[in-house]
Design a protein around this ligand. Structure first.
Ligand SMILES: Cc1cc2nc3c(=O)[nH]c(=O)nc-3n(C[C@H](O)[C@H](O)[C@H](O)COP(=O)(O)O)c2cc1C
Ligand code: SF4
Length: 434
C-alpha cells in the first residue's frame, strides 16, 4: 500500500465514509489536494494490480471488473503514453447519467470533480492513453460548470490532453457504443458490437470507457492502495458505492454506502414510509416486495438470489399509498419512447408492451392484455443492439411478480383506488441525438 500512498498524506481511516465526497466537498483544486494529497506517479502495472487487489467493479451498471478492462486496453497499446504515439489509447469517463432516477454521477462531478479527473489521469497513464474525454450530460449545468472549472484550475500536462464533452440527454446515450459513436462524430445511438471500445473506440484507438464513479474509486486506490480500499464492504463485494435514494422517502439524496449494508437499514435512514415496493437498479432494475427489501443486503450475492443487482445504484420507493402499476406503466411508456429506432423488437415490441400495460392499469376484467404482456416480455429480452429491451423485460416482468395483489384488484374492480400522482421521475423532454 505505501508504494502508492500520496506523498505527505497519511491514509485516512479506511472504514470512514463518505470517502468520495468529503464534507465540506472538495470542489476546488486546493481543497482537493488538502484532503487527498497529490496523485502519486506509479508504474501502470502497479495501478492495474492494485485495482485488481481491491476487487473494484464498474459502477456504471454492469459491475464488470475494472482491472480486466484496464488490462485489456493496456495490452492493446503496450502501455505507451507519450503524446502523439499512433497506438496511444483514449480514456472516456462516462458521466452521461441518462437514468432519470440516478443522481449519483452529476452529484459526484459537481462535488468532487478533481477526484474523477485524478482517476482518469491515473487510468490514462496505466493504459497508455494520451487523451481523456470527460463526458457530462449537457442538461446537468452544475456538473458541467464544476468540471469546466476544475479543468481550468489545473495546469496543462505534457503527456495528456483532457477535454470536457457535453452529451445529449437521452437514456441510451450512456451505452458504450452509443457514446463512442457520438464521440466519433455520429448520432448518440448504439451500434452493433463488436468492436468493443477496448478494441477500437474513439478515433479507432483502444479506449477505456468507464463510469465517472469508477474513476473516482481508481483515484482513491491509486493513492491509498487496494487493501485500504477494500477495508469496507464484504470479501465478495468489496468497497463502497454511491446510491441515489428517492421516491417515497423523507430524506432523498445520494448516499455513499459500504457494499453489503442491509437495504432495510438504508431505507430507515432515508425515512421510508410504508412501501408498496422498492425499485433497485433504476429503470434497468428489478422491483422488490417490501418483505424482500427487508431481508436482503446490497451485495451482488444476496441480490442475485432474488434476480436483482445493484445496477447504477438507484433505490426508489413507491409508497403504499400510491398505485405501483400506474408508476410502472408511466415509466414504461417513457422507456418505449427512448428507443433509438433501430431494432424491430425494440421499435415494435416496447410500444406494444406499454399499450398492454395501460390497458391493465385501466382495469381489464378478461385478463387478455395481462396475458399478452407475459407472452411478449420474453420475446423482447436480449433482442436489441443495446440492452434497452432487456431493461423493459426486467422492469415490467418483476413488477408483474411483485404487484400481483394490485393486478388482481385492477382486474376485479377496474382500479385499486390508490394515488396515481407520479412518484418516479420521468423527464418531460429528451433532446436531439446530437
Ligand atoms: C441503454 C444503456 C444505457 C447506459 N447508460 C449508462 C450511463 O448513463 N452511464 C454509465 O456509466 N453507463 C451506462 N451504461 C453502461 C455502459 O454501456 C458501460 O457499461 C459503462 O459506462 C462502463 O462503465 P463501468 O465499467 O465503470 O461500469 C448504459 C448501458 C446501456 C445498455
Ligand atoms: S435496442 Fe432499441 S434503443 Fe437499443 S439500439 Fe436497438 S432500437 Fe436502439
Amino acid at each position: 500500500m505505501s508504494a502508492l500512498l500520496a506523498p505527505g498524506i497519511a491514509a485516512p481511516d479506511a472504514t470512514t465514509l463518505p470517502r468520495l465526497v468529503p464534507s465540506p466537498p472538495a470542489t476546488t483544486l486546493g481543497a482537493h489536494l488538502d484532503r487527498f494529497g497529490p496523485l502519486p506517479v506509479a508504474p501502470g502495472a502497479i495501478l492495474v494490480d492494485q485495482v485488481a487487489r481491491a476487487g473494484l467493479r464498474g459502477r456504471g451498471g454492469a459491475a464488470f471488473p475494472t482491472a480486466t478492462k484496464l488490462d485489456a486496453v493496456r495490452r492493446r497499446t503496450g502501455g505507451r503514453s507519450l503524446l502523439g504515439r499512433s497506438r496511444a489509447g483514449v480514456v472516456v469517463a462516462n458521466g452521461t447519467e441518462g437514468e432519470p432516477a440516478s443522481k449519483k454521477d452529476v452529484t459526484l462531478l459537481a462535488l468532487a470533480p478533481h477526484l474523477v479527473i485524478d482517476g482518469t489521469l491515473a487510468a490514462a497513464r496505466a493504459v497508455g492513453a494520451d487523451r481523456i474525454l470527460l463526458c457530462v450530460d449537457r442538461s446537468s449545468a452544475r456538473a458541467v460548470r464544476a468540471v469546466g472549472q476544475a479543468l481550468a484550475d489545473r495546469p496543462p500536462l505534457d503527456d495528456l490532453v483532457i477535454e470536457l464533452v457535453t452529451t445529449p440527454t437521452r437514456y441510451v446515450v450512456g451505452e458504450e457504443s452509443a457514446l463512442v459513436h457520438f464521440l466519433n462524430g455520429g448520432d448518440a445511438k448504439p451500434t452493433m458490437v463488436p468492436p468493443r471500445p477496448f478494441e477500437r473506440g474513439v478515433g479507432g484507438a483502444p479506449t477505456l470507457l468507464s463510469n465517472v464513479e469508477t474513476f473516482a474509486h481508481i483515484a482513491l486506490i491509486a493513492r491509498f492502495g487496494g487493501d485500504w480500499w477494500k477495508a469496507v464492504g464484504t470479501p465478495v463485494d468489496p468497497g463502497s458505492a454511491l446510491f441515489s435514494v428517492g421516491g417515497g422517502v423523507d430524506r432523498p439524496g445520494v448516499y455513499e454506502l459500504p457494499l453489503g449494508v442491509r437495504l432495510d437499514a438504508v431505507l430507515r435512514h432515508a425515512g421510508t414510509r410504508p412501501a408498496a415496493g422498492v425499485l433497485l437498479g433504476g429503470y434497468f432494475g428489478t422491483w422488490l416486495s417490501p418483505s424482500t427489501a427487508d431481508s436482503i443486503r446490497l451485495a451482488g450475492t444476496d441480490l442475485a438470489h432474488v434476480g436483482a443487482s445493484i445496477g447504477c445504484g438507484v433505490i426508489a420507493v413507491v409508497p403504499a399509498s400510491s398505485c405501483p402499476l400506474a408508476e410502472v406503466a408511466r415509466v414504461t411508456a417513457w422507456l418505449a419512447g427512448q428507443s433509438a429506432g433501430q431494432c424491430g423488437p425494440c421499435v415494435f415490441g416496447l410500444p406494444a408492451i406499454s399499450a398492454a400495460l395501460q390497458t391493465v392499469v385501466a382495469g381489464e376484467r378478461t385478463g387478455r392484455a395481462e396475458a399478452s404482456l407475459r407472452r411478449w416480455l420474453p420475446m423482447v429480452n436480449g433482442r436489441g443492439a443495446c440492452k434497452l429491451p432487456d431493461a423493459v423485460y426486467r422492469f415490467v416482468g418483476s413488477a408483474l411478480n411483485v404487484f400481483d395483489a394490485h393486478l388482481a384488484e385492477h382486474r376485479r374492480a377496474g382500479a385499486c383506488g390508490l394515488d396515481t400522482r407520479p412518484v418516479l421521475p420521468v423527464p418531460h423532454e429528451d433532446g436531439p441525438w446530437r
